[in-house]
Design a protein around this ligand. Structure first.
Ligand code: TXA
Ligand code: MG
Length: 364
């Protein structure tokens, strides 16, 4: 096939347009999935590392390829509502209404799991996370495979999630059968994970669907545990119980990252002070900044990855992981950033930046 680029390492890269042409490439990837192979594919959030969710041996391959512990459950991806009963044992009315509004899209619903889903997918629990992605390539692949597909983000465990096929290959080349390259992800951070097995429902991981949007459908949805916890210890204990896999350190670059806990001018000033201090100590400094921040720091010898206008949180989310990976090329000693508030995508950005920084934000 002309669009297949064989690599020495045997990970097959199949290029497709964002709307899934040529179809032969999608069919070939679907055949690999059905044969129990691992296939990375684009979703609107990040690239996923897919395996047939009904095939325990295939699912096992995901943990091996990622170096991921079995305590971390996987999200099951479906193409159509008719597949939902194959994955979950009960669909509450709230799930039906949320699916109606947000599927296909970046929302994962945690529901009582169906008996046919292997224990490795659910980390031995009785619930399963399920979502219907909106990316046309993901939809075509899932439809052609015609099986539910378990897919974590296609990065090595704890590393920054991939938003391009090149990111996937940087982490997993030679460890997986195939990557379907459909161009960069458009949302850029992972799906919102919403637990519907508790009353009221609670966000376990903020993501591509905002808390405000969820509350338009379910007014009493609780936000992520952290925002209400009175202490770090309480937060960690509570999160470990309800949200397996939500590690305080995650999405992490190899270069140390400090994230200041303030949006706007206060965050920008804190980044400047720390950059000046580190530069004076001979450190090589990089920063993830809005365009406005970048202009304000233009007089300093800091390598900046501009994330876009500060008012465009969707754009900042889309660029965040690529910027983190780009600054993490070994040429810098310290990376700096600040948060973007708690409204809309600000919550997901804060969560990912905190974890990328090792689990804590630096007070300002
Ligand atoms: O956007 C996304 O969700 C991407 C794309 C590929 O769909 N996937 C993704 O998967 O981010 P992963 O494995 O990197 O993160 C999934 C997280 C798990 O770490 C876990 O915290 C949570 O979702 N999760 C999955 N199943 C769960 C369950 N049954 N109960 C509680 N949390 C669950
Ligand atoms: Mg992940």
């Amino acid at each position: 096939m002309s669009d297949a680029t064989p690599r020495d390492s045997h990970t097959l890269r199949l290029a497709v347009s964002p709307d899934g042409q040529p179809r032969e490439a999608v069919s070939r990837a679907a055949e690999l999935l059905r044969a129990g192979q691992l296939v990375a594919f684009p979703t609107e959030t990040v690239y996923g590392l897919g395996a047939d969710a009904t095939n325990p041996a295939a699912v096992e391959g995901i943990f091996a390829a990622k170096g991921r512990p079995h305590s971390d459950p996987l999200i099951v991806h479906i193409a159509e509502m008719r597949q939902l009963p194959d994955v979950v044992s009960h669909v509450p009315d709230s799930a039906a209404r949320l699916a109606e509004r947000f599927w296909p899209g970046p929302l994962t619903l945690v529901l009582p799991g169906a008996a046919s889903i292997p224990a490795s997918v659910t980390a031995g629990g009785d619930t399963v996370g399920v979502r219907m992605p909106s990316h046309p390539v993901a939809r075509l692949l899932l439809a052609a495979a015609n099986v539910p597909v378990a897919a974590p983000s296609a990065n090595r465990f704890m590393h920054t999630s991939p938003t391009t096929a090149a990111h996937v290959l940087a982490d997993l080349d030679g460890r997986i059968a195939c990557v379907l390259d459909g161009g960069p992800a458009t949302v850029g951070v992972e799906s919102t994970v919403l637990d519907l097995t508790t009353e009221p429902a609670r966000v376990l991981r903020p993501g591509g669907v905002t808390l405000e949007e969820l509350r338009e459908v379910l007014p009493d949805v609780l936000g992520p545990r952290r925002s209400e916890a009175s202490s770090e210890r309480e937060e960690l204990t509570a999160t470990a119980a309800r949200a397996p896999g939500q590690m305080p350190r995650h999405y992490a670059p190899h270069t140390p990252l400090v994230v200041f806990d303030a949006p706007g001018q206060a965050g920008r000033d804190a980044v400047r002070r720390e950059a000046e201090r580190a530069l004076a100590g001979g450190q090589r400094v990089g920063a993830l900044l809005s365009d406005e921040d970048a202009r304000a720091l233009a007089d300093l010898p800091v390598r900046v990855e501009p994330l876009g206008p500060s008012a465009d949180l969707a754009g900042i989310s889309r660029r965040l992981y690529a910027a983190l990976r780009s600054l993490d090329d070994g040429s810098l000693d310290l990376l700096l950033a600040h948060t973007f508030g708690k409204h809309g995508m600000g919550l997901a950005l804060e969560d990912r930046l905190r974890r990328a920084a090792g689990g804590t934000l630096r007070p300002v």
